[in-house]
Design a protein around this ligand. Structure first.
Ligand code: SF4
Length: 412
């Protein structure tokens, strides 16, 4: 086979499909869905978000990784970093002999163990332009699983940079997707970028735009989050806004609005069109998962939320951030977080995990459940089963329940 760049799998879907189903599906989740996404047993009432877990992009990336292993049984196969941010999925790929490469901003360093003819799988959130070029130059076989929604962001970024707009990315500058997106801006002559993580950072950029913050003070915050020769005096004159696909939608809209108002204050409303462009590039899967959680929270009646996903998963973090101000929330990254000793969970904004021993109150408890786009049903189902086991119940004991928002209900 002479071809060295693959974007559409290897036609092995039907061969890997049964293995993927056995590995990542869950009878407990299927049962809960068949009972209308709400069911209870032993005093525990579960309400599952209508949209949760694996998105189309992750589904495809994982499918292609399994196909790749089958297509190249005798080659060394690498993943340029985690395929998605879920420890269970990454562990299974490692068990199949796929080596996950460590992170480094320097492509030479990152891919130093990879050689000509080796197979490298590129993740759903893509890789940077220098990384892609480096791997091509090394004559690796590339299996590119970059999600179509990420490619769509890149299109917008290219459109801004080509027209001389500095790209402002609402995202985490160290995240692989944001790094890859930022690198697209640099493919154009004079292309520049700056990443803002949240509204507070955006406000700081706006202070500069309005003339109340010096360039030096601005760059003391954004030195690492901007292109190498970024000069605020020159590069914040015309800006185009995009975002990491997995950010919190409400925050993205605020970031957009905050920057728009600053540009109007600085340049006048009449000049806005020539100075400011914006597209919301949150992907539809992220949006649907956030909408489903919002619907659950608005319906009310929950005693607590369990949010399941990798702690470095941006979209899972967004779900936990939506829930935490409104209901007691436990963010867990694996079923093993639930034990007789309590629930091991992560609080956003703090390092590591902590144990909540008395997290499950006695009597009837109404538990909302959701999971990030990189969390397979198997992990969601096993987590639910471990919670049920604390009351001596199994998924088979689940029975259909009245609407959770109607209030407490007993399941003897
Ligand atoms: S979260 Fe969105 S952008 Fe990321 S892989 Fe899934 S569908 Fe694609």
């Amino acid at each position: 086979m002479n071809e060295t760049y693959f974007q559409k799998g290897f036609g092995l879907k039907s061969e890997v499909g049964p293995l993927l189903a056995r590995t990542y599906q869950s009878a407990a989740v299927e049962r809960l869905k068949s009972l209308g996404y709400e069911a209870g047993a032993g005093g525990l009432h579960f309400k599952l978000a209508k949209e949760f877990g694996f998105c189309y992009g992750v589904d495809r990336a994982v499918d292609y990784a399994y196909q790749t292993r089958r297509q190249f049984p005798d080659r060394r196969v690498f993943l340029s970093g985690e395929i998605i941010h879920n420890p269970d999925v990454n562990r299974r790929l490692t068990d199949m002999g796929i080596e996950i490469l460590g992170d480094s901003h320097d492509p030479v360093e990152r891919f130093k163990t990879v050689g000509s003819g080796d197979v490298v799988i590129l993740p759903a959130f893509g890789v940077s332009v220098p990384e892609l070029n480096h791997l091509k130059a090394k004559q690796c076989v590339l299996v590119d699983t970059t999600c179509g929604s990420v490619l769509n962001v890149w299109k917008k970024v290219n459109y801004y940079a080509k027209d001389g707009y500095t790209v402002i990315i609402h995202g985490k500058h160290h995240h692989e997707e944001t790094r890859a997106t930022a690198s697209q801006a640099l493919t154009h002559k004079g292309g520049q970028y700056l990443c803002v993580r949240d509204v507070a950072e955006t406000e700081r950029v706006c202070e500069f735009i309005r003339g109340t913050l010096s360039a030096a003070d601005l760059m003391s915050t954004f030195g690492e989050a901007s292109s190498a020769d970024f000069d605020p005096e020159v590069h914040l004159q015309r800006i185009g806004l995009a975002n990491q696909t997995t950010m919190l939608m409400s925050e993205t809209l605020k970031v957009q609005d905050t920057l728009r108002r600053a540009m109007i204050d600085r340049h006048g409303a009449d000049n806005l069109e020539s100075r400011f462009r914006a597209f919301d590039t949150i992907c539809s899967a992220t949006q649907e998962r956030q909408d489903a959680v919002l619907e659950m929270l608005d319906a009310g009646g929950l005693d607590l939320m369990v949010v399941i996903g990798g702690y470095n998963s941006s979209n899972t973090q967004a779900l936990a951030r939506m829930c935490a101000p409104r209901v007691t929330t436990y963010y867990v990254d694996s079923p093993e977080c639930v034990t007789d000793a309590g629930i091991q969970h992560h609080l956003i904004g703090t390092p590591g995990e902590s144990l909540a021993p008395a997290w499950l109150p006695a009597g009837d408890v109404r538990i909302g459940v959701t999971a990030g786009a990189s969390t397979p049903d198997s992990v969601v189902g096993e987590t639910i089963e471990r919670i049920l086991a604390l009351r001596g119940q199994t998924a088979a004991d689940l029975t259909q329940a009245a609407d959770i928002a109607q209030g407490s209900q007993s399941y003897a």
